[in-house]
Design a binder for this molecule. Structure first.
Ligand SMILES: Nc1nc2c(ncn2[C@@H]2O[C@H](COP(=O)(O)OP(=O)(O)OP(=O)(O)O)[C@@H](O)[C@H]2O)c(=O)[nH]1
Ligand SMILES: [Mg+2]
Length: 216
């Protein structure tokens, strides 16, 4: 019985996600679903990216958090619209919440939407929200074993950002194991190594995004 209910939830989510994807296509908007564990650097990456991207694109952010508007407040002042979704306990965003967030945004005035999903490596990967791409962020202190332990996200992602590379010398992160596990999971998965602390890889990440947007 429970399985049926879950299937219905997933089917309803998929249907709404398809509608969102169609709407984004009509409006020529590129939407990025940022997914990682709590603290891997989603908001920090946005803080580094928004000043560069908003010079070229009309950008907005949908901020998903279990509680508080802290991340939304951090992004206040970057001069881009922010729509906050507080899930009150739910561990991921669903397409119906994205539709609600859209009503707070002027879609005709946007080229690019970032969704910062709830910090979690499991559930956000299961729920299509109509995005163009899922970007998985893993930070080096979390360990090189995470792709094999949480494979769905890494299979679903179009890009993996390996963040906090400035901490590599202090943590037990085996890059060889990380890359060989990723290759076994999904052979052609792109990886960009970044540090939001010293700026490594930020240009490459912006270039990756621009490429995707231009080829919409
Ligand atoms: N050393 C180092 N610290 C970083 C880097 N990127 C982010 N941080 C720090 O990591 C902490 C968490 O970063 P956030 O950007 O808040 O992480 P988040 O993924 O948005 O977290 P949630 O929204 O809670 O899921 C902050 O103290 C950041 O300053 C990095 O590349 N290197
Ligand atoms: Mg955050």
């Amino acid at each position: 019985m429970q399985i049926t209910v879950m299937q219905n939830v997933l089917q309803a989510n998929e249907k709404k996600a398809s509608e969102i994807r169609e709407l984004l296509k009509q409006k020529k908007i590129f939407m990025v679903n940022l997914i990682s564990s709590p603290g891997s650097g989603k908001t920090t990456l946005l803080e580094k990216s928004l000043p560069i991207l908003k010079e070229k694109y009309r950008v907005a952010v949908i901020e998903g958090d279990v509680e508080t508007d802290r991340d939304a407040k951090r992004l206040d002042g970057y001069g881009v619209p922010i729509a906050l979704i507080t899930t009150s306990g739910a561990c991921h965003l669903e397409s119906v919440s994205i539709e609600k967030a859209f009503s707070a945004l002027d879609l005709d005035a946007l080229d690019l939407i970032f969704v910062e999903n709830v910090g979690n490596l499991v559930c956000p990967a299961e729920f299509d929200i109509g995005e163009n791409v899922k970007v998985a962020i893993l930070s080096t202190p979390e360990g090189d074993d995470k792709p094999m332990k949480y494979p769905l996200l890494f299979r679903e992602a179009s890009l993996v950002i390996l963040n906090k590379t400035d901490l590599l010398e202090h943590v037990n992160f085996n890059s060889d194991n990380f890359y060989s596990d990723l290759k076994n999971l999904k052979g052609n998965l792109e990886v960009i190594e970044t540090s939001c602390k010293n700026g490594l890889g930020i240009d490459e990440w912006i270039e990756w995004l621009q490429n995707k947007i231009e080829n919409l």
